[in-house]
Design a protein around this ligand. Structure first.
Ligand code: SF4
Length: 638
Protein backbone atom coordinates (compact mmCIF):
# COMPACT_ATOMS: atom_id res chain seq x y z
CA UNK A 1 0.00 0.00 0.00
CA UNK A 2 1.57 3.24 -1.13
CA UNK A 3 0.74 6.89 -1.07
CA UNK A 4 0.59 8.63 -4.45
CA UNK A 5 3.89 10.47 -3.95
CA UNK A 6 5.89 7.28 -3.37
CA UNK A 7 4.10 5.52 -6.26
CA UNK A 8 5.40 8.11 -8.71
CA UNK A 9 8.82 8.40 -7.05
CA UNK A 10 9.27 4.61 -7.16
CA UNK A 11 8.61 4.53 -10.91
CA UNK A 12 11.35 7.17 -11.39
CA UNK A 13 13.86 6.01 -8.79
CA UNK A 14 17.44 5.78 -10.10
CA UNK A 15 19.37 5.53 -6.82
CA UNK A 16 18.61 5.16 -3.12
CA UNK A 17 15.74 3.85 -1.06
CA UNK A 18 12.32 5.43 -0.58
CA UNK A 19 12.76 6.22 3.08
CA UNK A 20 12.08 9.71 4.41
CA UNK A 21 15.35 11.56 5.04
CA UNK A 22 17.47 9.32 2.79
CA UNK A 23 19.23 10.69 -0.31
CA UNK A 24 17.57 9.53 -3.54
CA UNK A 25 18.03 10.24 -7.22
CA UNK A 26 15.09 10.30 -9.62
CA UNK A 27 14.65 10.50 -13.37
CA UNK A 28 13.00 13.66 -14.64
CA UNK A 29 10.62 13.27 -17.60
CA UNK A 30 10.02 16.95 -18.27
CA UNK A 31 11.81 20.27 -17.67
CA UNK A 32 10.71 23.86 -17.78
CA UNK A 33 12.60 27.14 -17.54
CA UNK A 34 11.56 30.77 -17.55
CA UNK A 35 13.60 33.66 -18.93
CA UNK A 36 14.88 35.05 -15.62
CA UNK A 37 16.53 31.75 -14.71
CA UNK A 38 16.62 30.17 -18.18
CA UNK A 39 19.52 32.05 -19.74
CA UNK A 40 21.87 30.79 -17.03
CA UNK A 41 20.40 27.27 -17.16
CA UNK A 42 20.97 27.03 -20.93
CA UNK A 43 24.50 28.46 -20.70
CA UNK A 44 25.20 25.70 -18.19
CA UNK A 45 23.57 23.13 -20.46
CA UNK A 46 25.75 24.33 -23.35
CA UNK A 47 28.84 24.04 -21.13
CA UNK A 48 28.01 20.35 -20.59
CA UNK A 49 28.56 19.65 -24.28
CA UNK A 50 25.37 17.61 -24.80
CA UNK A 51 23.97 17.72 -28.35
CA UNK A 52 20.25 17.41 -27.60
CA UNK A 53 18.05 17.30 -24.51
CA UNK A 54 17.49 13.79 -23.21
CA UNK A 55 14.13 14.45 -21.57
CA UNK A 56 10.68 13.45 -22.90
CA UNK A 57 9.81 17.14 -23.07
CA UNK A 58 11.58 20.40 -22.30
CA UNK A 59 9.97 23.82 -22.60
CA UNK A 60 11.54 27.29 -22.40
CA UNK A 61 9.07 30.03 -21.41
CA UNK A 62 9.45 33.80 -21.55
CA UNK A 63 7.17 35.38 -18.98
CA UNK A 64 9.17 37.24 -16.33
CA UNK A 65 10.85 40.01 -18.18
CA UNK A 66 9.00 41.37 -21.17
CA UNK A 67 9.35 45.12 -20.62
CA UNK A 68 12.23 45.34 -23.09
CA UNK A 69 13.29 48.78 -21.86
CA UNK A 70 16.71 48.50 -23.45
CA UNK A 71 18.25 45.78 -25.58
CA UNK A 72 19.00 43.45 -22.65
CA UNK A 73 15.72 41.52 -22.36
CA UNK A 74 15.41 41.24 -26.11
CA UNK A 75 18.96 39.84 -26.26
CA UNK A 76 18.01 37.26 -23.66
CA UNK A 77 14.84 36.27 -25.52
CA UNK A 78 16.69 35.87 -28.83
CA UNK A 79 19.30 33.69 -27.11
CA UNK A 80 16.59 31.56 -25.47
CA UNK A 81 14.69 31.06 -28.72
CA UNK A 82 17.80 30.01 -30.66
CA UNK A 83 19.10 27.71 -27.92
CA UNK A 84 15.70 26.02 -27.70
CA UNK A 85 15.54 25.48 -31.42
CA UNK A 86 19.04 23.99 -31.51
CA UNK A 87 18.82 21.63 -28.56
CA UNK A 88 15.36 20.08 -28.94
CA UNK A 89 13.41 22.37 -26.61
CA UNK A 90 9.94 23.87 -27.18
CA UNK A 91 9.86 27.67 -26.94
CA UNK A 92 6.87 29.54 -25.55
CA UNK A 93 7.06 33.09 -26.87
CA UNK A 94 6.55 36.24 -24.77
CA UNK A 95 2.81 36.85 -24.59
CA UNK A 96 1.88 33.17 -24.59
CA UNK A 97 1.53 33.10 -20.82
CA UNK A 98 3.07 32.43 -17.45
CA UNK A 99 5.14 29.24 -17.49
CA UNK A 100 3.17 27.40 -14.82
CA UNK A 101 -0.24 28.23 -16.26
CA UNK A 102 0.76 27.25 -19.79
CA UNK A 103 2.53 24.11 -18.61
CA UNK A 104 -0.51 23.04 -16.60
CA UNK A 105 -2.82 23.59 -19.56
CA UNK A 106 -0.68 22.21 -22.38
CA UNK A 107 2.00 19.83 -21.07
CA UNK A 108 1.64 18.51 -17.50
CA UNK A 109 0.72 14.81 -17.41
CA UNK A 110 -0.43 12.60 -14.53
CA UNK A 111 2.26 10.23 -13.26
CA UNK A 112 5.19 12.12 -14.77
CA UNK A 113 8.07 14.02 -13.14
CA UNK A 114 8.85 17.64 -13.93
CA UNK A 115 11.74 19.81 -12.77
CA UNK A 116 11.65 23.56 -13.38
CA UNK A 117 14.00 26.43 -12.71
CA UNK A 118 11.27 28.26 -10.86
CA UNK A 119 10.13 27.64 -7.31
CA UNK A 120 6.44 27.52 -8.31
CA UNK A 121 6.95 24.56 -10.66
CA UNK A 122 4.81 22.48 -8.23
CA UNK A 123 1.78 24.24 -9.78
CA UNK A 124 1.69 21.41 -12.33
CA UNK A 125 1.37 18.84 -9.53
CA UNK A 126 -2.34 19.72 -9.53
CA UNK A 127 -2.36 17.29 -12.47
CA UNK A 128 -1.21 14.31 -10.37
CA UNK A 129 2.47 14.50 -11.24
CA UNK A 130 5.60 15.22 -9.20
CA UNK A 131 6.71 18.73 -10.17
CA UNK A 132 9.67 20.21 -8.32
CA UNK A 133 11.31 23.64 -8.40
CA UNK A 134 15.11 23.73 -8.48
CA UNK A 135 18.07 25.83 -9.51
CA UNK A 136 18.87 26.23 -13.20
CA UNK A 137 21.90 23.97 -12.99
CA UNK A 138 19.77 21.09 -11.71
CA UNK A 139 17.42 21.66 -14.64
CA UNK A 140 20.38 21.76 -17.04
CA UNK A 141 21.56 18.45 -15.57
CA UNK A 142 18.10 16.93 -16.06
CA UNK A 143 18.14 18.05 -19.71
CA UNK A 144 21.52 16.32 -20.04
CA UNK A 145 19.95 13.11 -18.74
CA UNK A 146 21.45 13.31 -15.25
CA UNK A 147 19.11 12.26 -12.41
CA UNK A 148 17.91 14.77 -9.82
CA UNK A 149 19.20 14.24 -6.31
CA UNK A 150 16.99 15.12 -3.38
CA UNK A 151 16.25 14.03 0.14
CA UNK A 152 13.42 11.50 0.11
CA UNK A 153 10.54 13.58 1.51
CA UNK A 154 8.12 12.86 4.30
CA UNK A 155 4.58 12.75 2.99
CA UNK A 156 1.91 14.80 4.76
CA UNK A 157 -1.70 13.92 4.06
CA UNK A 158 -3.93 16.97 3.83
CA UNK A 159 -7.42 15.58 4.23
CA UNK A 160 -10.08 17.89 2.88
CA UNK A 161 -13.69 17.45 3.92
CA UNK A 162 -16.77 19.51 3.04
CA UNK A 163 -17.25 22.14 0.35
CA UNK A 164 -16.07 25.72 0.02
CA UNK A 165 -18.79 28.25 0.85
CA UNK A 166 -19.81 31.11 -1.46
CA UNK A 167 -17.00 33.69 -1.46
CA UNK A 168 -14.41 31.28 -0.06
CA UNK A 169 -11.69 30.13 -2.42
CA UNK A 170 -9.02 27.46 -2.76
CA UNK A 171 -6.56 30.29 -1.99
CA UNK A 172 -8.01 30.24 1.51
CA UNK A 173 -7.14 26.53 1.86
CA UNK A 174 -3.46 27.14 1.27
CA UNK A 175 -3.46 30.33 3.36
CA UNK A 176 -4.99 28.25 6.19
CA UNK A 177 -2.16 25.72 5.87
CA UNK A 178 0.38 28.56 5.96
CA UNK A 179 -1.26 29.85 9.12
CA UNK A 180 -1.11 26.37 10.68
CA UNK A 181 2.39 25.38 9.55
CA UNK A 182 4.35 28.59 8.72
CA UNK A 183 6.79 29.25 5.85
CA UNK A 184 9.15 26.62 7.28
CA UNK A 185 6.46 24.01 7.93
CA UNK A 186 6.87 22.13 4.69
CA UNK A 187 10.64 21.72 4.51
CA UNK A 188 11.53 18.15 3.48
CA UNK A 189 7.87 17.28 2.91
CA UNK A 190 5.38 16.61 0.14
CA UNK A 191 1.77 17.61 0.81
CA UNK A 192 -0.63 15.05 -0.63
CA UNK A 193 -4.29 16.06 -0.82
CA UNK A 194 -6.97 13.45 -0.12
CA UNK A 195 -10.58 13.24 1.06
CA UNK A 196 -14.04 14.04 -0.24
CA UNK A 197 -13.28 17.75 -0.45
CA UNK A 198 -10.78 17.13 -3.28
CA UNK A 199 -13.57 16.10 -5.66
CA UNK A 200 -15.17 19.53 -5.37
CA UNK A 201 -12.04 21.35 -6.49
CA UNK A 202 -11.32 22.02 -10.17
CA UNK A 203 -7.79 21.62 -11.56
CA UNK A 204 -7.35 25.42 -11.56
CA UNK A 205 -8.35 25.54 -7.88
CA UNK A 206 -6.01 22.66 -7.11
CA UNK A 207 -3.19 24.47 -8.90
CA UNK A 208 -3.55 27.52 -6.63
CA UNK A 209 -2.88 25.19 -3.71
CA UNK A 210 0.05 23.29 -5.24
CA UNK A 211 1.50 26.61 -6.42
CA UNK A 212 1.58 28.10 -2.94
CA UNK A 213 2.80 24.88 -1.37
CA UNK A 214 6.14 26.46 -2.32
CA UNK A 215 5.50 29.09 0.36
CA UNK A 216 5.41 26.29 2.96
CA UNK A 217 8.93 25.39 1.83
CA UNK A 218 7.56 22.03 0.62
CA UNK A 219 9.37 19.85 -1.90
CA UNK A 220 6.06 19.73 -3.76
CA UNK A 221 2.32 19.17 -3.26
CA UNK A 222 0.16 16.72 -5.17
CA UNK A 223 -3.49 16.00 -6.00
CA UNK A 224 -4.79 12.68 -7.33
CA UNK A 225 -5.58 12.36 -11.02
CA UNK A 226 -9.34 11.75 -11.13
CA UNK A 227 -12.46 12.54 -13.15
CA UNK A 228 -11.90 16.26 -12.57
CA UNK A 229 -8.44 15.86 -14.13
CA UNK A 230 -9.90 13.93 -17.05
CA UNK A 231 -12.42 16.69 -17.70
CA UNK A 232 -9.67 19.34 -17.61
CA UNK A 233 -7.53 17.37 -20.06
CA UNK A 234 -10.55 16.78 -22.29
CA UNK A 235 -11.17 20.53 -22.49
CA UNK A 236 -7.51 20.93 -23.39
CA UNK A 237 -8.00 18.38 -26.18
CA UNK A 238 -5.54 15.98 -24.64
CA UNK A 239 -7.70 13.41 -22.90
CA UNK A 240 -5.28 10.72 -24.09
CA UNK A 241 -2.77 12.05 -21.50
CA UNK A 242 -5.17 11.03 -18.73
CA UNK A 243 -4.53 8.14 -16.39
CA UNK A 244 -6.30 7.62 -13.06
CA UNK A 245 -3.87 7.88 -10.13
CA UNK A 246 -4.46 7.99 -6.41
CA UNK A 247 -3.07 6.72 -3.11
CA UNK A 248 -3.86 3.17 -2.01
CA UNK A 249 -6.55 2.86 0.63
CA UNK A 250 -4.96 2.70 4.11
CA UNK A 251 -1.49 3.72 2.93
CA UNK A 252 1.09 5.30 5.24
CA UNK A 253 1.44 9.03 5.77
CA UNK A 254 4.04 10.60 8.04
CA UNK A 255 1.56 13.20 9.25
CA UNK A 256 -2.07 14.11 8.63
CA UNK A 257 -3.66 17.56 8.67
CA UNK A 258 -7.43 17.88 8.33
CA UNK A 259 -9.18 20.90 6.91
CA UNK A 260 -12.96 21.16 6.89
CA UNK A 261 -13.79 23.34 3.89
CA UNK A 262 -17.24 24.14 5.36
CA UNK A 263 -15.54 26.03 8.20
CA UNK A 264 -13.11 28.09 6.10
CA UNK A 265 -13.50 31.85 5.79
CA UNK A 266 -11.67 34.32 3.48
CA UNK A 267 -8.10 34.90 4.66
CA UNK A 268 -5.27 37.30 3.84
CA UNK A 269 -1.49 37.02 4.22
CA UNK A 270 -0.36 40.34 5.69
CA UNK A 271 2.95 42.15 5.08
CA UNK A 272 5.67 40.87 4.74
CA UNK A 273 5.28 37.11 4.90
CA UNK A 274 2.89 34.59 3.30
CA UNK A 275 2.27 33.04 6.73
CA UNK A 276 1.21 36.27 8.50
CA UNK A 277 -2.45 35.26 8.19
CA UNK A 278 -5.53 37.18 9.35
CA UNK A 279 -9.24 36.78 8.65
CA UNK A 280 -10.39 39.19 5.96
CA UNK A 281 -13.24 40.15 8.32
CA UNK A 282 -10.61 41.47 10.80
CA UNK A 283 -9.06 43.65 8.09
CA UNK A 284 -12.38 44.77 6.60
CA UNK A 285 -12.62 48.53 6.13
CA UNK A 286 -8.88 49.13 5.58
CA UNK A 287 -8.43 51.57 2.67
CA UNK A 288 -6.97 49.98 -0.46
CA UNK A 289 -4.80 51.73 -3.07
CA UNK A 290 -4.04 48.98 -5.53
CA UNK A 291 -5.57 45.64 -6.50
CA UNK A 292 -3.72 43.19 -8.76
CA UNK A 293 -5.38 40.03 -10.06
CA UNK A 294 -3.09 37.55 -11.80
CA UNK A 295 0.23 35.68 -11.31
CA UNK A 296 0.78 31.93 -11.58
CA UNK A 297 -1.28 31.51 -8.38
CA UNK A 298 -4.61 32.98 -9.46
CA UNK A 299 -4.76 33.79 -13.15
CA UNK A 300 -6.58 30.72 -14.44
CA UNK A 301 -9.87 30.87 -16.26
CA UNK A 302 -11.96 30.18 -13.19
CA UNK A 303 -10.16 32.83 -11.09
CA UNK A 304 -10.79 35.53 -13.64
CA UNK A 305 -14.39 34.45 -14.21
CA UNK A 306 -15.08 34.70 -10.47
CA UNK A 307 -13.49 38.12 -10.24
CA UNK A 308 -15.48 39.25 -13.28
CA UNK A 309 -18.76 38.01 -11.73
CA UNK A 310 -18.16 40.36 -8.81
CA UNK A 311 -17.06 43.28 -11.02
CA UNK A 312 -19.84 42.93 -13.61
CA UNK A 313 -21.83 46.11 -14.05
CA UNK A 314 -19.83 47.94 -11.33
CA UNK A 315 -17.07 50.56 -11.36
CA UNK A 316 -13.87 50.43 -9.34
CA UNK A 317 -13.49 52.89 -6.43
CA UNK A 318 -11.78 56.20 -7.21
CA UNK A 319 -8.91 55.45 -4.84
CA UNK A 320 -8.12 52.05 -6.40
CA UNK A 321 -5.91 51.10 -9.33
CA UNK A 322 -6.99 47.65 -10.59
CA UNK A 323 -4.76 45.60 -12.90
CA UNK A 324 -5.60 42.19 -14.37
CA UNK A 325 -3.08 39.85 -15.99
CA UNK A 326 -4.49 36.59 -17.43
CA UNK A 327 -2.24 33.56 -16.92
CA UNK A 328 -2.22 32.37 -20.49
CA UNK A 329 -3.10 33.59 -23.95
CA UNK A 330 -5.64 30.78 -24.14
CA UNK A 331 -7.40 32.15 -21.05
CA UNK A 332 -7.26 35.69 -22.46
CA UNK A 333 -8.74 34.53 -25.78
CA UNK A 334 -11.53 32.71 -23.96
CA UNK A 335 -12.30 35.87 -21.96
CA UNK A 336 -12.42 37.82 -25.22
CA UNK A 337 -14.65 35.19 -26.80
CA UNK A 338 -17.20 35.09 -23.96
CA UNK A 339 -17.23 38.84 -23.37
CA UNK A 340 -15.58 38.78 -19.93
CA UNK A 341 -12.71 41.00 -21.02
CA UNK A 342 -15.28 43.72 -21.67
CA UNK A 343 -16.43 43.37 -18.05
CA UNK A 344 -12.91 44.08 -16.81
CA UNK A 345 -12.33 47.02 -19.13
CA UNK A 346 -15.77 48.46 -18.43
CA UNK A 347 -15.33 48.39 -14.64
CA UNK A 348 -12.09 50.37 -14.97
CA UNK A 349 -9.46 47.63 -14.81
CA UNK A 350 -6.21 47.95 -16.72
CA UNK A 351 -5.40 44.81 -18.70
CA UNK A 352 -1.77 43.69 -18.60
CA UNK A 353 0.10 41.15 -20.71
CA UNK A 354 -0.14 37.42 -19.93
CA UNK A 355 3.10 37.56 -17.90
CA UNK A 356 4.33 37.67 -14.31
CA UNK A 357 4.34 41.49 -14.41
CA UNK A 358 3.80 43.10 -11.00
CA UNK A 359 4.41 39.79 -9.20
CA UNK A 360 8.14 40.19 -9.85
CA UNK A 361 8.15 43.98 -9.68
CA UNK A 362 8.03 44.43 -13.45
CA UNK A 363 5.88 47.51 -13.43
CA UNK A 364 2.83 48.44 -11.35
CA UNK A 365 4.81 49.31 -8.23
CA UNK A 366 2.27 50.80 -5.81
CA UNK A 367 2.56 54.33 -4.43
CA UNK A 368 4.49 55.05 -1.22
CA UNK A 369 2.90 53.54 1.91
CA UNK A 370 0.22 51.92 -0.26
CA UNK A 371 -2.03 49.04 0.71
CA UNK A 372 -1.85 46.65 -2.23
CA UNK A 373 -4.14 43.60 -2.47
CA UNK A 374 -2.73 40.93 -4.72
CA UNK A 375 -3.86 37.45 -5.70
CA UNK A 376 -0.18 36.46 -5.86
CA UNK A 377 1.90 34.11 -3.74
CA UNK A 378 4.64 36.30 -2.25
CA UNK A 379 4.59 39.53 -0.29
CA UNK A 380 8.21 39.77 0.76
CA UNK A 381 9.59 43.16 1.69
CA UNK A 382 10.40 45.19 -1.42
CA UNK A 383 9.20 42.62 -3.98
CA UNK A 384 6.56 45.03 -5.33
CA UNK A 385 9.25 47.63 -6.03
CA UNK A 386 7.94 50.01 -3.33
CA UNK A 387 9.67 49.39 -0.01
CA UNK A 388 7.06 51.24 2.07
CA UNK A 389 4.04 49.48 0.52
CA UNK A 390 2.18 46.74 2.41
CA UNK A 391 1.24 43.75 0.25
CA UNK A 392 -1.75 41.57 1.26
CA UNK A 393 -2.17 38.21 -0.49
CA UNK A 394 -5.83 37.37 -1.07
CA UNK A 395 -8.19 35.38 -3.28
CA UNK A 396 -9.59 36.80 -6.56
CA UNK A 397 -12.98 37.17 -4.83
CA UNK A 398 -11.57 39.36 -2.02
CA UNK A 399 -9.50 41.33 -4.54
CA UNK A 400 -12.48 42.05 -6.82
CA UNK A 401 -14.87 42.90 -3.97
CA UNK A 402 -12.33 45.32 -2.46
CA UNK A 403 -11.62 46.97 -5.83
CA UNK A 404 -15.25 48.09 -5.98
CA UNK A 405 -15.62 49.30 -2.40
CA UNK A 406 -12.10 50.76 -2.08
CA UNK A 407 -11.64 49.07 1.28
CA UNK A 408 -10.80 45.47 2.21
CA UNK A 409 -14.09 43.64 1.79
CA UNK A 410 -15.31 40.17 2.74
CA UNK A 411 -16.96 38.70 -0.39
CA UNK A 412 -19.05 36.07 1.40
CA UNK A 413 -22.01 38.39 1.91
CA UNK A 414 -21.97 39.76 -1.66
CA UNK A 415 -24.46 38.50 -4.19
CA UNK A 416 -22.85 37.36 -7.43
CA UNK A 417 -23.07 34.39 -9.75
CA UNK A 418 -20.33 31.82 -9.22
CA UNK A 419 -21.75 29.16 -11.49
CA UNK A 420 -20.07 28.94 -14.88
CA UNK A 421 -18.12 26.48 -16.98
CA UNK A 422 -15.30 25.41 -14.68
CA UNK A 423 -12.65 24.80 -17.33
CA UNK A 424 -11.79 26.88 -20.34
CA UNK A 425 -11.70 25.29 -23.77
CA UNK A 426 -9.91 27.73 -26.05
CA UNK A 427 -6.89 25.93 -27.51
CA UNK A 428 -4.09 27.73 -29.33
CA UNK A 429 -0.46 26.58 -29.43
CA UNK A 430 0.57 28.91 -32.23
CA UNK A 431 3.07 30.75 -29.99
CA UNK A 432 4.74 27.53 -28.89
CA UNK A 433 7.51 26.76 -31.38
CA UNK A 434 8.79 23.25 -31.90
CA UNK A 435 12.59 22.81 -32.04
CA UNK A 436 14.37 22.76 -35.39
CA UNK A 437 14.70 19.48 -37.25
CA UNK A 438 17.98 20.79 -38.66
CA UNK A 439 19.70 21.67 -35.39
CA UNK A 440 23.23 21.59 -36.85
CA UNK A 441 22.42 24.69 -38.84
CA UNK A 442 20.80 26.68 -36.04
CA UNK A 443 23.09 29.48 -34.92
CA UNK A 444 22.82 30.61 -31.32
CA UNK A 445 22.19 34.34 -31.03
CA UNK A 446 24.42 35.95 -28.41
CA UNK A 447 23.79 39.67 -28.08
CA UNK A 448 26.01 41.85 -25.87
CA UNK A 449 23.88 41.14 -22.78
CA UNK A 450 24.85 37.44 -22.88
CA UNK A 451 28.05 37.39 -20.83
CA UNK A 452 30.29 34.37 -20.20
CA UNK A 453 29.30 32.08 -17.38
CA UNK A 454 31.46 32.54 -14.25
CA UNK A 455 32.82 29.29 -12.84
CA UNK A 456 34.23 28.73 -9.35
CA UNK A 457 37.67 27.38 -8.49
CA UNK A 458 38.22 24.15 -6.50
CA UNK A 459 37.71 24.58 -2.77
CA UNK A 460 40.71 25.71 -0.73
CA UNK A 461 41.84 23.54 2.18
CA UNK A 462 41.27 26.40 4.61
CA UNK A 463 38.66 29.11 4.41
CA UNK A 464 39.92 32.18 6.27
CA UNK A 465 37.65 35.14 5.59
CA UNK A 466 35.79 37.98 7.25
CA UNK A 467 32.04 37.98 7.95
CA UNK A 468 31.04 40.49 5.29
CA UNK A 469 27.38 40.51 6.32
CA UNK A 470 25.31 39.23 9.25
CA UNK A 471 21.62 38.73 8.52
CA UNK A 472 18.47 37.90 10.52
CA UNK A 473 15.96 35.01 10.00
CA UNK A 474 13.94 34.42 6.81
CA UNK A 475 16.25 36.14 4.35
CA UNK A 476 14.79 35.50 0.88
CA UNK A 477 16.49 35.13 -2.47
CA UNK A 478 14.84 38.50 -3.27
CA UNK A 479 17.07 40.02 -0.56
CA UNK A 480 20.18 38.30 -1.90
CA UNK A 481 19.71 38.86 -5.64
CA UNK A 482 16.78 41.28 -6.07
CA UNK A 483 14.29 41.17 -8.94
CA UNK A 484 12.40 44.08 -10.47
CA UNK A 485 12.72 46.12 -13.63
CA UNK A 486 16.09 47.60 -12.64
CA UNK A 487 17.86 44.29 -12.01
CA UNK A 488 16.10 41.59 -14.04
CA UNK A 489 17.66 42.62 -17.38
CA UNK A 490 21.04 41.50 -16.01
CA UNK A 491 20.20 37.89 -15.21
CA UNK A 492 22.61 36.77 -17.94
CA UNK A 493 25.28 39.29 -16.86
CA UNK A 494 26.56 38.24 -13.44
CA UNK A 495 29.22 40.94 -13.17
CA UNK A 496 26.55 43.63 -13.39
CA UNK A 497 24.02 41.66 -11.33
CA UNK A 498 26.51 41.28 -8.47
CA UNK A 499 26.41 45.05 -7.88
CA UNK A 500 22.81 44.65 -6.64
CA UNK A 501 23.45 41.85 -4.12
CA UNK A 502 21.92 42.66 -0.69
CA UNK A 503 21.31 46.23 -1.90
CA UNK A 504 18.43 46.67 0.59
CA UNK A 505 20.35 45.15 3.52
CA UNK A 506 23.81 46.55 2.98
CA UNK A 507 24.44 49.13 0.24
CA UNK A 508 27.69 48.55 -1.69
CA UNK A 509 27.96 44.97 -0.50
CA UNK A 510 29.90 44.16 -3.67
CA UNK A 511 32.57 46.72 -2.73
CA UNK A 512 32.84 45.33 0.80
CA UNK A 513 33.49 41.90 -0.73
CA UNK A 514 36.11 43.31 -3.09
CA UNK A 515 37.92 45.16 -0.27
CA UNK A 516 38.04 41.97 1.81
CA UNK A 517 38.85 39.58 -1.01
CA UNK A 518 35.53 37.78 -0.64
CA UNK A 519 34.09 36.66 2.66
CA UNK A 520 31.62 34.58 4.66
CA UNK A 521 27.88 35.21 5.10
CA UNK A 522 26.27 34.60 8.53
CA UNK A 523 22.46 34.38 8.76
CA UNK A 524 19.54 33.15 10.87
CA UNK A 525 16.79 30.59 10.15
CA UNK A 526 15.43 29.62 6.72
CA UNK A 527 18.14 31.42 4.75
CA UNK A 528 17.39 31.59 1.01
CA UNK A 529 13.62 31.02 1.15
CA UNK A 530 11.47 32.06 -1.79
CA UNK A 531 12.43 32.05 -5.44
CA UNK A 532 14.62 29.29 -6.90
CA UNK A 533 16.92 31.79 -8.61
CA UNK A 534 20.46 30.41 -8.59
CA UNK A 535 21.73 33.96 -9.07
CA UNK A 536 21.39 34.16 -5.28
CA UNK A 537 24.31 31.69 -5.09
CA UNK A 538 26.05 32.61 -8.33
CA UNK A 539 26.38 36.37 -7.67
CA UNK A 540 27.79 35.88 -4.13
CA UNK A 541 30.16 33.27 -5.61
CA UNK A 542 31.29 35.86 -8.15
CA UNK A 543 31.96 38.24 -5.23
CA UNK A 544 34.22 35.68 -3.56
CA UNK A 545 31.88 34.34 -0.86
CA UNK A 546 33.28 30.96 0.21
CA UNK A 547 30.91 29.80 2.97
CA UNK A 548 27.44 30.58 4.31
CA UNK A 549 26.87 29.89 8.02
CA UNK A 550 23.23 29.89 9.17
CA UNK A 551 20.74 28.49 11.66
CA UNK A 552 18.97 26.70 8.76
CA UNK A 553 18.59 26.80 4.96
CA UNK A 554 15.69 26.69 2.51
CA UNK A 555 15.88 23.57 0.30
CA UNK A 556 16.47 24.98 -3.17
CA UNK A 557 18.98 27.58 -2.06
CA UNK A 558 20.99 24.98 -0.16
CA UNK A 559 21.26 22.92 -3.37
CA UNK A 560 22.23 26.04 -5.34
CA UNK A 561 25.04 26.87 -2.90
CA UNK A 562 26.51 23.40 -3.35
CA UNK A 563 26.07 23.62 -7.14
CA UNK A 564 28.23 26.73 -7.21
CA UNK A 565 30.83 25.55 -4.71
CA UNK A 566 29.88 27.65 -1.65
CA UNK A 567 30.18 25.68 1.58
CA UNK A 568 26.85 25.65 3.51
CA UNK A 569 27.17 25.29 7.29
CA UNK A 570 24.62 25.32 10.12
CA UNK A 571 25.28 26.11 13.77
CA UNK A 572 25.15 23.04 16.03
CA UNK A 573 24.26 25.38 18.90
CA UNK A 574 22.06 28.12 17.44
CA UNK A 575 22.96 30.55 20.23
CA UNK A 576 26.49 30.78 18.74
CA UNK A 577 24.91 32.97 16.05
CA UNK A 578 24.68 35.78 18.65
CA UNK A 579 28.42 35.63 19.37
CA UNK A 580 29.52 36.56 15.85
CA UNK A 581 29.72 40.15 14.62
CA UNK A 582 30.22 41.56 11.15
CA UNK A 583 33.90 41.78 10.20
CA UNK A 584 34.91 38.99 12.59
CA UNK A 585 37.53 36.78 10.94
CA UNK A 586 36.42 33.13 10.73
CA UNK A 587 38.69 30.19 9.94
CA UNK A 588 37.41 26.79 8.77
CA UNK A 589 39.79 23.88 8.08
CA UNK A 590 38.56 21.74 5.19
CA UNK A 591 41.41 19.30 4.33
CA UNK A 592 39.84 15.85 4.10
CA UNK A 593 37.68 16.65 7.07
CA UNK A 594 34.43 16.80 5.08
CA UNK A 595 34.95 13.18 4.00
CA UNK A 596 35.69 12.15 7.60
CA UNK A 597 32.87 14.07 9.18
CA UNK A 598 30.37 16.73 8.28
CA UNK A 599 30.77 18.19 11.76
CA UNK A 600 33.39 20.94 11.64
CA UNK A 601 34.85 23.60 13.88
CA UNK A 602 34.72 27.28 13.00
CA UNK A 603 37.39 29.35 14.69
CA UNK A 604 36.53 32.99 15.34
CA UNK A 605 40.03 34.46 15.12
CA UNK A 606 38.86 37.94 16.13
CA UNK A 607 37.13 36.78 19.32
CA UNK A 608 39.34 33.79 20.06
CA UNK A 609 36.35 31.42 20.24
CA UNK A 610 35.31 28.24 18.44
CA UNK A 611 31.86 27.04 17.32
CA UNK A 612 30.65 23.60 16.32
CA UNK A 613 28.95 23.57 12.93
CA UNK A 614 27.49 20.96 10.57
CA UNK A 615 27.51 20.77 6.76
CA UNK A 616 23.98 19.58 5.74
CA UNK A 617 25.17 17.83 2.56
CA UNK A 618 25.52 14.37 1.00
CA UNK A 619 28.69 12.47 0.02
CA UNK A 620 28.27 13.50 -3.63
CA UNK A 621 27.83 17.12 -2.53
CA UNK A 622 31.31 16.92 -0.98
CA UNK A 623 32.80 15.92 -4.35
CA UNK A 624 30.94 18.80 -6.00
CA UNK A 625 32.12 21.31 -3.38
CA UNK A 626 35.71 20.11 -3.63
CA UNK A 627 35.60 20.50 -7.42
CA UNK A 628 34.36 24.08 -7.01
CA UNK A 629 30.78 23.41 -8.08
CA UNK A 630 28.70 21.05 -10.21
CA UNK A 631 29.90 22.29 -13.59
CA UNK A 632 33.53 21.55 -12.73
CA UNK A 633 32.46 18.23 -11.23
CA UNK A 634 30.55 17.19 -14.38
CA UNK A 635 33.42 18.30 -16.63
CA UNK A 636 35.93 16.34 -14.49
CA UNK A 637 33.79 13.22 -14.92
CA UNK A 638 33.54 13.53 -18.70
FE1 SF4 B 1 5.95 34.61 -12.27
FE2 SF4 B 1 5.25 35.50 -9.88
FE3 SF4 B 1 4.67 33.06 -10.58
FE4 SF4 B 1 7.19 33.68 -10.11
S1 SF4 B 1 5.56 33.69 -8.61
S2 SF4 B 1 6.40 32.47 -11.84
S3 SF4 B 1 7.23 35.78 -10.84
S4 SF4 B 1 3.87 34.90 -11.53
Amino acid sequence: MQNLTYKILEKHLLKGKLEAGQPIEIKMDQTLTQDATGTMAYMQFEAMGVKKVKTELSVSYVDHNTLQNGFMNADDHAYLQSVASKYGIYFSKPGNGICHQVHLERFAKPGKTLIGSDSHTPTSSAMGCIAIGAGGLDVAKAMAGIGYRLTCPKVVEVKLTGTLAHGVSSKDIILKLLELLSVKGGVGKVFEYTGEGVKNLSVYQRSTITNMGAELGATTSIFPSDEVTREFLKRQQRESDYIALSADEGCHYDETVEINLDELTPLAACPNSPDAIKNVSELAGMKVDQVAIGSCTNSGYEDLMKAASILKGKKIAHNVSLVVSPGSRQVLMKLIENGTLATFVSCGARILECTCGPCIGMGQSPKSDAVSLRTFNRNFYGRSGTLSAGIYLVSPEVAAASAITGVITDPTTLEYVDEFEKEQSYIDDSLIYAPSKDSENVEIVRGPNIKPLPVNTPMDSTIDKKVVIKLPDNITTDHIAPAGAKVLPYRSNIEKLSTFVFENNKPHFDEVCKENNGGIIVAGENYGQGSSREHAALAPMYLGIKAVLTKSFARIHLANLVNFGLLPLIFTDKSDYDKIDEMDELKIEIVNSLYDSLDLIVENVTKNETYKVHAPISQEDIDILMAGGALNYIRNQQ
